[in-house]
Design a protein around this ligand. Sequence first.
Ligand code: FAD
Length: 415
Amino acid sequence: MSRKILVVGAGQSGLQLALGLQSHGYEVTLMSNRTADEIRSGRVMSTQCMFHTALQHERDLQLGFWESQAPKIEGLGVSVAAPGSHDPGPTQRAIDWVGKLDGHAQSVDQRVKMAGWMETFSQRGGQLVIHGAAVSDLDYFSRTYDLVLVSAGKGELVSMFGRDASRSPYTEPQRALAVAYVHGLGVRPEHPDFDAVRCNLVPGVGELFIMPTLTTTGRADILFWEGVPGGPVDAFKGVKDPSEHLALTLELMEKFTPWEYARATKVELTDANGTLAGRYAPTVRNPIGRLPGGGAVLGVADVVVANDPITGQGSNSASKCAASYLSSIVDHGDKPFDEEWMQSAFDRYWDTAQHVTKWTNTMLQAPPEHVLNLIGAAGQLQPVADRFANGFNNPADFENFFYDPEKTAQYLASV
Ligand SMILES: Cc1cc2nc3c(=O)[nH]c(=O)nc-3n(C[C@H](O)[C@H](O)[C@H](O)COP(=O)(O)OP(=O)(O)OC[C@H]3O[C@@H](n4cnc5c(N)ncnc54)[C@H](O)[C@@H]3O)c2cc1C
């Protein structure tokens, strides 16, 4: 008899897991609080830039439906505003380089991807239930399913999973987030020949990320400000009107990153739902949610490990978590999915996730001198730029040359 699994939440991790389990012959029910059409016509949710390894997990399940349409992101650039140069006037770049990615990255608007995957799940015979699950529902379902996976992102269901203080150094949001999807952005004149994610660091103020995406209206670009709380870019609270949101985004670009503003003077929003603003505290949680009736459920991706998007890792991690859990489930055969198994499945995922959390939490801090040296050296030494860029695909590599000043010095001496 096939095993019955309930997946709660139809985002990157939940859909990838539901479709993966389905292809392995499990009887899968997927619970989503929104229909595919509501997702497709709703608000943007992310910038969702995914690097090679995460994309490969999708390809392994034949789910890379948009690969040929989505812009191929072949590089990752870092620019650092020269200190003081934005006070008040013209801004210069102290650092400006682009590293080449070994495998391309892509961003497919989650509105397009999740709506499409949800329809595929139903077409393949999966049971889709449109319902916002409450803890009381899960109590019941934990008795009727062999396994309940909670992949509901950063929503209310996380309250079932205790915060792991030893792995969560921050109790407050470290950045205010503001996203705008636009058409009409020009290319960066230095490298008009290939697409790259552009990371613009403005010390003490925040970061501006720019990347191409495939959205509901075709190719677009995303302007994504991360503002240090209380600073000048933490300015989007209460801005409800999308055109006001875009105007503010551009105003801040003109002030702090004029080299990016120069190519943004003709942009317009992709659609009225093409903006997003908010903030959250990066949090690692205990993976097992215990229900009032005694049942247990396993948390997935953002539910258990939510990092700040400063390093663009959440969707990548969601894909890696889904792939890891899928293997853990399949490897477990017919044995019961008890709490011991749940903990071991999470521990296997944490082997990779811990590197993402460590690196992301480090990047939220002002960089120490050896990191500034490293980022500066990447402007002269292309292999350093390339290695840094490829760290976005495999953050475990930062252990080898990023955190420890001695290792950084050794690495730079060896290049
Ligand atoms: C501004 C911003 C920019 C980002 N940029 C990047 C990036 O460039 N690269 C990257 O890799 N990551 C990025 N991320 C992070 C990434 O979007 C998330 O980490 C990723 O989507 C998490 O996937 P998930 O499956 O855990 O949850 P989600 O994608 O959040 O999916 C959860 C789903 O569950 C549904 N749900 C919630 N509650 C319930 C309920 N009670 N019942 C049923 N359904 C429910 C939600 O509606 C949602 O559809 C960014 C995030 C933000 C906010």
